[in-house]
Structure formats: C-alpha cells, structure tokens
Design a protein around this ligand. Structure first.
Ligand code: PRP
Ligand code: HPA
Ligand code: MG
Length: 178
C-alpha cells in the first residue's frame, strides 16, 4: 500500500499535533454545552475517533453516511444521504466532523439539512481544507490544515474505497490511476 504513495502531504506527527490543537480549541468553546459530534462517514471516521479523545469532556457522537464522490476524483455534484441520524438535533449544539472540505458541496447540503431540523448551533471541524477547489463557499470554524489542489488519500480519505487506513495523508503515484 505505502509503495503506491508518491509524496506525503501531512505526516502522522503533523496529524497528531493538529488533532490535539483542535480538541483543545473545541474543549474551550463547548464547555458545559454537551455538543453532538456528527461524523460524516466514511472519510471522517479516523479523524473523529482521535478528535473526540482529544476533546476530553462530556459529549455525544453520532454518524451520518453521505457520499458524492463514489469511485471518482471529482464530486458528482449530487450529495446522497446513505444513512441519516437516528436522533433529533433540535436545540442541540452540533459539530460536524469532516476529513476534507473540497468543493464544499457535501457541507453545504448538510448544513441546510441540519439547520432545517432546528439545531441550536452548527459548526464545522475539518481536518483538511482544499480551498483552491471550492465551488460553494462554506464557513469552516475549525480547520486542521490547508492542502494543495491534489487528490489525497490516507487517514480516512480514499481512492476507490482503498488507502483509508494509511496513518498519513499523501498523493498517489500516477500509475495507480492508469
Ligand atoms: O467538499 P466536497 O467536494 O463535497 O468533498 C468532501 C467530501 O467528499 C468526501 O466524501 P465522499 O463523498 O468521497 O464519501 P466517503 O467519505 O465515504 O469517501 C469527504 O469525506 C467529504 O465528505
Ligand atoms: O482529495 C480527496 N481525496 C479523497 N476523497 C476526497 N473527497 C473530496 N476530496 C477528496
Ligand atoms: Mg470518498
């Protein structure tokens, strides 16, 4: 698997530092608010499990499965909800946990949906932001790191559902796409 990587963009050590920083920041901002962390499957699952341990306070976790990329490099533009939340969110403080914000389409659709359900507040925490590729402007409250406009894999991010379990984030060798 690792031999398929051309270069590392965010190392394991860097990821660890980012997660600790974001966990502390969230802890300062959400004290006594019992937030719900909503993990957007599948990509955010690895980040989520590390982040909630760095948060270190009372909170709840929930999961939604949303997909717009399938096996492709480019978002289809259609955000499909594959698994919805099992709990009501009205009156609750929500932190949407994402691995990456790329075109912004997934988040724009999610914010609209959760807002219509009466959440008390909705904030976004994303490990990565690919601002250069944004098509829809979404405000991201907590960003781990800005990344270049390249297709990335690892630490939750996939190509054809593979490479999510790499402990760092990198770019694949071109021959993998051919
Ligand atoms: O800003 P966008 O262009 O909408 O891209 C970001 C979304 O794309 C990825 O999910 P994907 O649809 O690949 O599903 P997955 O997490 O199951 O891989 C990623 O995990 C984000 O949810
Ligand atoms: O760069 C990416 N890699 C993997 N999945 C993604 N979904 C949006 N952007 C990406
Ligand atoms: Mg994907």
């Amino acid at each position: 698997m690792r031999e398929d990587i051309e270069k590392v963009i965010v190392s394991t050590d860097q990821i660890h530092e980012i997660v600790e920083r974001l966990g502390k920041q969230l802890h300062d901002d959400y004290r006594d608010k019992n937030p719900i962390f909503i993990c957007i499957l599948k990509g955010a699952v690895i980040f989520m499990t590390d982040l909630i341990r760095a948060y270190d306070d009372l909170s709840e976790i929930e999961f939604m499965d949303v997909s717009s990329y399938g096996d492709a490099f480019e978002s289809s533009g259609e955000v499909r909800i594959i698994k919805d939340l099992d709990v009501p969110v009205n009156g609750r403080h929500i932190v949407i946990v994402e691995d990456i914000i790329d075109t912004g389409r997934t988040l724009a659709a999610l914010i609209k949906l959760l807002d219509s359900r009466g959440a008390a507040s909705i904030k976004i925490c994303s490990l990565l932001s690919k601002e250069a590729h944004r098509l829809i402007n979404v405000h991201v409250d907590y960003i781990g790191v800005e990344v270049p406009d390249e297709f990335l894999v690892g630490y939750g991010l996939d190509y054809k559902n593979q490479y999510r379990n790499l402990p760092f984030i990198g770019v694949l060798k071109p021959k993998i796409y051919e």
